[in-house]
Design a protein around this ligand. Structure first.
Ligand SMILES: [Cu+2]
Length: 93
């Protein structure tokens, strides 16, 4: 039977939960961007980027992003390490 299917299914579920489920104590809000990625804002106002595949990536401070509803946000900070720590600690059993 389809163990493979189950694994793939789990992967999809996990990636769709993505960082929304992680480290909510530190992430104040998460905004979906037009290109499919997500910007997470921490409580201190700094931000981190998450790609549409659920991976953290770098962005330059001050770079402008466009949200799905057409708003522009300027990048503040580049907390990629903080976001990947949050993702790693979430994946630990
Ligand atoms: Cu950004």
């Amino acid at each position: 039977m389809s163990i493979f299917k189950a694994i793939v299914g789990f992967g999809l579920v996990f990636s769709s939960l993505s960082a929304f489920a992680i480290d909510q104590g530190n992430i104040e809000k998460s905004v979906q961007l037009k290109d499919g990625s997500t910007v997470h804002q921490f409580k201190d106002g700094k931000m981190a980027m998450e790609s549409k595949f659920g991976r953290p990536y770098r962005m330059k401070d001050g770079e402008v992003m466009e949200t799905t509803n057409g708003k522009s946000i300027a990048m503040k900070g580049d907390e990629v390490a903080r976001l990947s720590n949050a993702i790693r600690s979430h994946m630990r059993p």
